[in-house]
Design a protein around this ligand. Structure first.
Ligand SMILES: Nc1ncnc2c1ncn2[C@@H]1O[C@H](COP(=O)(O)OP(=O)(O)OP(=O)(O)O)[C@@H](O)[C@H]1O
Length: 255
């Protein structure tokens, strides 16, 4: 992958709350089109706040968010740690929801909903209710719901944190396949160094206070993300660097 133009640029972003907490101070980010960017950092360093600002769910107290393509700004997928499905609605209805809100009829939306369910491996579960699904399957529905509008940008806030490790690995692999198929840019938040190295093309390690970037780690996008990579010395080296960056991000709190 060549050097791509930023999809969105954040410049000098500050975000303070009424209680006096400054979640972000002078935060800069150029999100490259097509990248898989992971924000890694201590609890409370402002990762979720950065996602919410990019999504337009919150407004910055300072700084500028500049979109190269305004259409991309208005079609963003968001996946949270909880799948947050409508419990009374079946899988089809949950995935159809964003299209329904956009005014599409069920008939018109059906091909896209079905294609998206197939993409996440749930083609046979259209009529299942959320309570009949495992945690991993619920998360697949949440991802399908986020992707059904074919957003250029997908924001994911610790989406796999509540899942067991094997499910996490599978979902990670499938997410990469979906990303490639749909050509989606992803910003991902995790506390897992291994997950960040395995999935990302770039990791930003953010400091405990104000979200300053303590390290930006580019991970060769050409590397195939598979078991061979997971057990390679290259993977171990990237993990060591990310781990050092995270220790640095915790700064004095660790001392
Ligand atoms: N609506 C709010 N009002 C007041 N303070 C807030 C609000 N939202 C976030 N904060 C504070 O801003 C700081 C950053 O929060 P944020 O959720 O962005 O961190 P995070 O890095 O995502 O944390 P975690 O890894 O624990 O999810 C925290 O100190 C948090 O308590």
């Amino acid at each position: 992958m060549g050097v791509a133009e930023p999809l969105v640029s954040l410049r000098g972003i500050g975000k303070s709350f009424a209680n006096g907490v400054a979640a972000l101070e002078n935060f800069d980010l150029d999100l490259r089109d097509g990248e898989f960017l992971t924000l890694l950092g201590p609890s409370g360093c402002g990762k979720s706040t950065a996602l919410r600002l990019i999504a337009g769910l919150a407004t910055p107290s300072a700084g500028v968010i500049d979109w190269r393509d305004s259409a991309a700004a208005h079609n963003i997928g968001f996946v949270f740690q909880e799948a947050t499905l409508l419990p009374w609605a079946d899988v089809f209805a949950n995935v159809y929801l964003p299209l329904r809100l956009a005014g599409k009829t069920r008939e018109a939306a059906a091909p896209l909903v079905r294609e998206t369910l197939a993409l996440v491996g749930l083609a046979d579960y259209e009529t299942a209710l959320p309570r009949q699904l495992s945690g991993g399957m619920k998360m697949r529905v949440a991802i399908a719901r986020a992707l059904v509008t074919r957003p250029r940008l997908l924001l994911m806030d610790e989406p796999f944190a509540a899942l067991d490790e094997v499910t996490r690995f599978r979902l990670g692999d499938d997410l990469l396949a979906m990303k490639q198929r749909l050509d989606t840019t992803i910003v991902f938040v995790t506390h897992s160094i291994y997950e960040s190295v395995y999935l990302s093309t770039r990791i930003l390690a953010l400091s405990a206070r104000g979200g300053a970037t303590v390290d930006a780690i580019d991970i060769d996008a050409a590397i195939a993300r598979d078991e061979e990579f997971r057990t390679s010395s290259e993977f171990a080296q990237y993990c060591r660097r990310a781990s050092a960056a995270l220790r640095c991000a915790y700064g004095e709190e660790l001392r």
